[in-house]
Write a protein that binds this ligand. Structure first.
Ligand SMILES: CC(C)(COP(=O)(O)OP(=O)(O)OC[C@H]1O[C@@H](n2cnc3c(N)ncnc32)[C@H](O)[C@@H]1OP(=O)(O)O)[C@@H](O)C(=O)NCCC(=O)NCCS
Length: 168
């Protein structure tokens, strides 16, 4: 029989699990132009510092909703961080924003990610929101495909250029 998974609200005790899993995924999500010349350890360190800076103070906000996917036995296998309500400055309406998602590698491809995203979408919809946005690293083909499969379409592409080097 296939294993059943469920989604629950995260607690403080899940902090270490989330941090560890996020750390293992940093290489796939780092900005390629700006990590040129850094070692893998330096990339992970820079990504962790950046994440800590952007999350600083968010714990106290009501607008951050962290969920955990777990097995029937209660083993945490994934997380999703949703910002709701986040203001869409284009429509001036509150929207959901998926800050981050991760699933442990041995559970990839088993719809755990889809379940976490659906739960976030249901929450936003129930709260009266009509739109969810997120940023994804353009090099992270798996995540891009995953979001497409879940109905997300590209609206913007964020481009960059290094001003020193062969392309300048
Ligand atoms: C992206 C991620 C959350 C998806 O979680 P998941 O539980 O594996 O997702 P699901 O099982 O719901 O969906 C898998 C889908 O991803 C896509 N996918 C699966 N394997 C793939 C591969 N090798 N290459 C490209 N896309 C692939 C497919 O669209 C697949 O759908 P399908 O099973 O119907 O074919 C997970 O791979 C992950 O944790 N990645 C590392 C963290 C990360 O990059 N997060 C995004 C930062 S915003």
């Amino acid at each position: 029989m296939p294993e059943q998974y469920r989604v629950r609200a995260a607690t403080d005790e899940d902090g270490e699990f989330i941090r560890g899993l996020r750390r293992r995924n940093y290489m796939q999500n780092a900005p390629i132009l700006r990590i040129a010349g850094l070692t893998a350890d330096e990339v992970v360190e820079s990504m962790e510092e950046w994440t800590d800076r952007s999350l600083e103070g968010m714990d106290e906000l009501d607008s951050i909703r962290v969920t955990i996917a777990e097995t029937e036995a209660g083993e945490a296998i994934g997380y999703l961080m949703l910002l709701w309500p986040a203001m869409d400055d284009f429509s001036q309406l509150p929207q959901g924003y998926i800050y981050d998602i991760g699933v442990t590698r041995q559970h990839w491809g088993m719809s755990v990610g889809a379940m976490l995203v659906k739960d976030a979408e249901d929450h936003v919809r129930e709260q009266g929101g009509a739109f969810i946005q997120l940023n994804v690293n353009a090099q992270n083909g798996r995540a891009v495909e995953f979001y497409r499969k879940n109905g997300y379409l590209e609206e913007w592409k964020v481009l960059g250029k290094c001003l020193f080097g062969p392309e300048s």
